[in-house]
Design a protein around this ligand. Structure first.
Ligand code: SAM
Length: 276
């Protein structure tokens, strides 16, 4: 899979992909990232990428011409032409505009993007990008949360990180993404998957359960006994209960769309019953 990032601050990405899983995935060529300087597609002495907004108001707006040229240099045609010429091909590139006005970036969306061969990420700055770039070229507007960043670069890095770790071979255990917060349900995890510890559940849209490591006692708190007794069925039950507890406490909205078994529902009822 390849990411192309269009930005006025290419230097922003200098160190960001040089750590941990992403560095390894890049070195092993499981993923590649191209960073493209928008100013390279300007033609004036000042390398101007922005201009004042029509209609007045604060700030500046990224001009459409350099963005269109940058996209053309990546072989990205306007949407209408691209979709017509890609109709017969599998996996046309996805052009994503990072924007606070976009649809929320979720794990489900990261899974969708991980199935695409090439994703182009357009980073806005100032008041944003001339809307015609969105209309003509972008397949989706993506927001990483309900807050306003000063630029799309951090958001692009978030999208690259969350998406690339779902690519086959990037995480040590191929299934491990399934066992994290927002992961898929048990029913969607191949039963024959090697290395799947049966003390774990597919999250099925819930938050993860709490994790502990040595020492068994720290700060006056002992690791829950269940995790020390080696009974995988019991550990699995405990972890599921914790997932339900944590989701109910921190993200009750997720429970509505979660894949809950009969047993989950009973547990949830019991947990709700404990509340004053
Ligand atoms: N005027 C815009 C608004 O009110 O929605 C905010 C523009 S913001 C200062 C500049 C750029 O940062 C945006 O064009 C976008 O690329 C990026 N950005 C800001 N917040 C974001 C978010 N929550 N998710 C993704 N990108 C964001």
């Amino acid at each position: 899979m390849r990411f192309e990032i269009v930005t006025i601050f290419p230097g922003f990405f200098a160190g960001i992909f040089e750590n941990g899983i992403l560095r390894r995935a890049l070195a092993e060529r499981l993923v590649s990232v191209g960073v493209h300087d928008l100013r390279a597609f300007t033609h004036d002495r000042h390398r101007t990428v922005d201009d004042r907004p029509f209609g007045g108001g604060e700030g500046m707006v990224l001009k459409p011409e350099p963005l269109a040229e940058a996209l053309a240099s990546l072989g990205i045609e306007p949407k209408a032409e691209r979709h017509a010429s890609n109709a017969a091909q599998a996996g046309p590139p996805q052009v994503v505009l990072l924007s606070a006005q976009g649809r929320p970036f979720t794990q489900a969306l990261a899974r969708e993007l991980a199935a695409v061969d090439r994703v182009v990420l357009v980073c806005g700055r100032y008041e944003g990008v001339d809307e015609r770039i969105n209309q003509l070229y972008c397949d989706m507007e993506l927001s990483i949360g309900d807050y306003v960043l000063s630029g799309g670069e951090l958001a692009a890095a978030v999208v690259v990180d969350a998406t690339m770790r779902l690519l086959p071979g990037v995480l040590g255990n191929e299934a491990s993404g399934d066992f994290e917060s927002f992961g898929v349900a048990d029913a969607e995890i191949a039963a024959a998957e090697d290395g799947v510890p049966r003390s774990q559940h597919g999250a099925g849209g819930l938050l993860d359960y709490p994790h502990y490591t040595r020492p068994a006692e720290f700060g006056g708190l002992r690791v829950p006994e269940t995790l020390l007794n080696g009974d995988h069925a019991e550990i699995r039950r405990w972890r599921r209960e914790q997932q339900l507890r944590k989701t109910l406490a921190n993200r009750p909205d997720l429970l509505e769309g979660a894949a809950l078994s009969k047993e989950d529902k009973k547990l949830l009822e019991a947990i709700r019953g404990e509340r004053p």
